[in-house]
Design a protein around this ligand. Structure first.
Ligand SMILES: Cc1cc2nc3c(=O)[nH]c(=O)nc-3n(C[C@H](O)[C@H](O)[C@H](O)COP(=O)(O)O)c2cc1C
Length: 183
């Protein structure tokens, strides 16, 4: 079946992250994003696409720091709260009943209830019309012990990461598979 080109994100399942930032006055902000990915190993870079109207972008432009919180399916029911366009400096974490935890290398907090966290400093921005691609350099990362396997990857079956397809459609409960790779 052929589809309209604008439907292409619906063919790509993507992890949902909740990006936390902080205003100049020190008030936290949180918002979910699914247009996101690691984009380089060395240097370690992460990218996500943000609508220019979002408070997330305003905060990153003010102080250049953000935390990418990797979240599980338990966050699915919070999406409709976290995605509300609250007034600037109205903290979504409070509305969602989530807990702020001090990050190691940046000022914005990480989310205590998240599976893992990736602390970033803005490296560059790329204007892409409807979105701005924010490229962040990774300064520190962490994962809760129970979600990290002895094999040194995220334990999919315990962490149950939340993934997005489009709109209200998400993907959860994926299983891990291991395939032989070329050396
Ligand atoms: C699952 C999900 C994924 C989203 N992905 C994106 C995204 O990749 N880029 C974007 O600009 N907005 C995305 N949004 C919308 C923002 O999270 C939403 O507009 C939010 O209110 C922005 O908050 P802020 O103004 O506090 O930054 C997504 C929302 C949901 C629920």
């Amino acid at each position: 079946m052929e589809l309209e080109t604008k439907a292409f994100p619906k063919l790509l399942v993507r992890p949902v992250v909740v990006v936390t930032t902080i205003s100049e006055r020190g008030i936290s902000n949180a918002a979910p994003f699914s247009l996101n990915s690691p984009i380089s190993f060395d240097p370690p870079l992460y990218g996500f696409s943000c609508n220019p109207a979002h408070d997330t972008l305003k905060n990153i432009r003010e102080n250049g720091e953000f935390v990418v919180n990797v979240v599980g399916k338990d966050f699915g029911a919070l999406m409709h709260v976290l995605e509300v366009d609250y007034p600037y400096e109205d903290n979504e974490l409070v509305h969602a009943g989530l807990t702020e935890e001090r990050a190691k290398a940046v000022k914005p907090p990480r989310i205590k209830e998240a599976i893992a966290w990736i602390e970033c400093k803005r490296e560059k921005e790329v204007e892409l019309g409807e979105h701005v691609l924010i490229v962040g350099r990774i300064l520190a990362i962490g994962v809760k012990d129970e979600f990290w396997k002895e094999t040194e990857v995220l334990d999919m079956e315990i962490a149950k990461p939340l993934c997005h397809i489009a709109g209200e459609f998400f993907a959860v409960d994926m299983k891990e598979a291991k395939y032989k790779r070329a050396k």
